[in-house]
Design a protein around this ligand. Structure first.
Ligand code: 17E
Ligand code: FE2
Length: 417
């Protein structure tokens, strides 16, 4: 993708105090060349950011692009549970074709990119014999690389040991080029299978030199304690920050004595966490009467412990979550509410969880706003992170690889009486 040199003027940089002077950002051949006041415009196409907030792009650290836009196919999830969702998807995935996967995934990526997401980690179910979901998403990874960066996780939805073929499929997925090894220990047939699935995941990640991102303890069962096993392996292997535990909703149900001990181990392990508050507030708590649990991991406490926590959308209109806009500010807003992150620094942290923290989880080497980095940035109709989340502000401009790829006018209302 070639593009003319670009100058974005009157930028309110996200990492500067609110009263800092506005600056310009110059971009050329896909990279940021300079950031500062009074940059010369000659030879550049000029865009006026008009004092709006300029941020590095949103990072979608957890989504299932293979199942997006299938809600109701072949039937609606009536119980609202994870397990009914898995059963519905098991039926739907028999009908996958490469075209079906690619068309829906690219539609969802465009939806997200228009709302400022330029980095995505997607899970691809690899417990279906033809590996169509994975093959489709690997093709999508290539097809979209000029405007969005996609990582693909080999995710064994039905369990590594749920059926005899699944382990071979995991191995095949690594050979085909999945970026990340996934898992689902709480859905293995037994606790022991869950533990040995984690050992296997670490062994695959070591052998193929890949990152790890495990769906872990996504259940309200306070006895579901696989995150301690993941942390133990991260400590033993030294893989630390290359490892991510996604969902970990059972942590919201652990007793405080156990959680206190666990926090220390998690701190030692330095693993990353991804919470998906939109979906888990609806998916969990389904066996409760009242009071109903929130079913979300301990986002605030993990963050206070200094651990890297990011937030994901998880689903857009699929068997687990029929809603979803693709907007990361919706995700951050739900975290503010459901995780009691209402202090001003906590609201700012929720914004960071859909930007810089996600970048760290994905191991993005060149993320941020600085000269020589790729010219990937967004202009928000807001003057602070707090305003962006409160109003779920429109992303006015999306610039990818130095080229404007989308712009959106905020809606205008007129008072008529
Ligand atoms: N599969 C799973 O195990 N958990 C989820 N939250 C989704 C798919 C969306
Ligand atoms: Fe998920």
């Amino acid at each position: 993708m070639s593009s003319a040199p670009l100058l974005l003027q009157n930028c309110r940089l996200i990492d500067q105090p609110g009263d800092a002077p506005l600056v310009s950002i110059a971009m050329e051949t896909g990279r940021i060349t300079a950031i500062g006041p009074d940059l010369a415009a000659d030879g550049h196409e000029v865009i006026d950011a008009a004092g709006n907030l300029v941020s590095p792009p949103f990072v979608e650290s957890h989504i299932h692009l293979d199942s997006v836009l299938t809600a109701g196919e072949p039937r609606w999830n009536q119980s609202g549970t994870l397990f009914e969702g898995i059963d519905i998807w098991r039926d739907r995935k028999q009908d996958l074709s490469l075209e079906d996967v690619k068309q829906r995934a690219i539609a969802a990526l465009k939806l997200q990119a228009q709302q400022g997401v330029l980095y995505v980690r997607s899970h691809a179910d690899v417990s279906e014999a033809s590996l169509t979901a994975l093959k489709g998403l690997l093709e999508v990874r290539e097809a979209v690389q000029d405007w969005i960066t996609l990582q693909v996780v080999a995710f064994p939805q039905d369990g590594v040991y749920g059926s005899p073929k699944n382990l071979d499929l995991m191995e095949e997925a690594m050979k085909l080029g999945a970026d990340v090894v996934g898992g689902i220990p709480h859905y293995e047939l037994t606790r022991e299978d869950g533990v040995r699935s984690i050992e296997k995941i670490f062994e695959l990640a070591d052998r193929y030199d890949r990152l790890i991102d495990i769906h872990c303890d996504e259940i309200d069962d306070e006895q579901s304690r696989f995150v301690e096993v993941v942390a133990a392996w991260a400590i033993r292997t030294g893989m630390g920050g290359r490892v991510t535990a996604s969902h970990t909703t059972a942590m919201g149900s652990y007793n405080n004595a156990y959680a206190y001990k666990l926090m220390g181990f998690l701190g030692r392990s330095q693993i990353n966490f991804i919470a998906n508050p939109l979906i888990n507030i609806t998916l969990q708590g389904r066996a409760d009467t009242y009071p109903k649990r929130r079913g979300i991991t301990r986002v605030k406490e993990l963050w206070q412990q200094g651990l890297n926590v990011s937030l994901g959308h998880d689903c857009i209109q699929d068997p687990w979550y029929s809603l979803g806009t693709g907007n990361m500010l919706d995700v951050a807003s739900m975290a503010v509410h459901a995780c009691h992150m209402t202090g001003l620094d906590e609201i700012d942290a929720c914004y960071d969880m859909v930007t810089t923290h996600g970048a760290r989880t994905l191991h993005l080497a060149d993320y941020g706003l600085a000269p020589n980095l790729p010219a990937n940035l967004i202009v928000l109709d807001a003057d602070s992170r707090y305003e962006a989340i409160r109003r779920r502000s429109v992303v006015r401009q999306v610039i990818s690889r130095g080229q404007p790829i989308s712009d959106t006018e905020p809606a205008q209302s007129r008072w008529l009486i």
